[in-house]
Design a protein around this ligand. Sequence first.
Ligand SMILES: Nc1ncnc2c1ncn2[C@@H]1O[C@H](COP(=O)(O)OP(=O)(O)OP(=O)(O)O)[C@@H](O)[C@H]1O
Ligand SMILES: [Mg+2]
Length: 253
Amino acid sequence: MAQAPIISFKDVNKIYNNGTVGLKDISFDIPRGQFLVVVGLSGAGKSTLLRTINRMHEITSGEITIEEESINDYKGQSLRLLRRKIGMIFQGFNLINRSSVERNVLSGRVSYYPTWKTICGLFTKADREMAVRSLQRVNLADKLYTRADELSGGQQQRVAIARTLMQDPKIILADEPVASLDPLTTATVMDTLQRLNREDGITVIVNLHSVALARKYADRIIGLRAGQLVYDQPIESVTEDDLTKIYAEGAEA
Ligand SMILES: Nc1ncnc2c1ncn2[C@@H]1O[C@H](COP(=O)(O)OP(=O)(O)OP(=O)(O)O)[C@@H](O)[C@H]1O
Ligand SMILES: [Mg+2]
């Protein structure tokens, strides 16, 4: 029997308060362990789509299920548990610049602690060891005590990835994780995401502007335009022509 999808969108619509359509009639499934890349022009709805998955954005209608459970009505504890199993990576890394790499990575563990313990910086030995292991996974074990702002952009992004590993995530959402990086550091970040996908089975969903990167890393590419899903193909079937069309303003998909 085929495994149930880890994430499922059913007729999802998102209209922002000011009337802007963020997502329109989105229905699709994401199998567990997939490396999914989302492409589309600026304003197409890529970030909106990603952020509905961990409920950073609320949908207007439809349903999103994760591990066969609707997340629509999650609140309190169920929402916290949802966000614990979903790691999020941003274009701007979102590190605490003046703190050490260790401290930044440990902060990824806060969803497992009561607030007062994290405020006091009381992390267990087991978690400190986990921080070291997480940094090893992103090839940065030697930077444990370095200040975050003394690292290169690519290294900072990998610290951000190590931080999400502290959640023990089943899903990683990455919103243009390499948009501000040069090609060489871009490769180290994308390779890291690929390794976590392949070796740890983490489902990875990445928004990318670069068609070349999408083709290199994706198992499957979906395309958005004006909030609609206009393209959905496994990587074997993706052609350069398809991708050009997604980016061609006003063209039909
Ligand atoms: N908070 C908001 N309030 C109102 N409209 C919004 C809000 N956030 C996004 N939008 C609008 O929703 C649409 C989709 O935006 P979104 O940020 O998801 O696009 P995107 O594909 O991620 O674009 P980019 O490639 O520039 O990051 C756009 O028209 C945008 O202006
Ligand atoms: Mg965006």
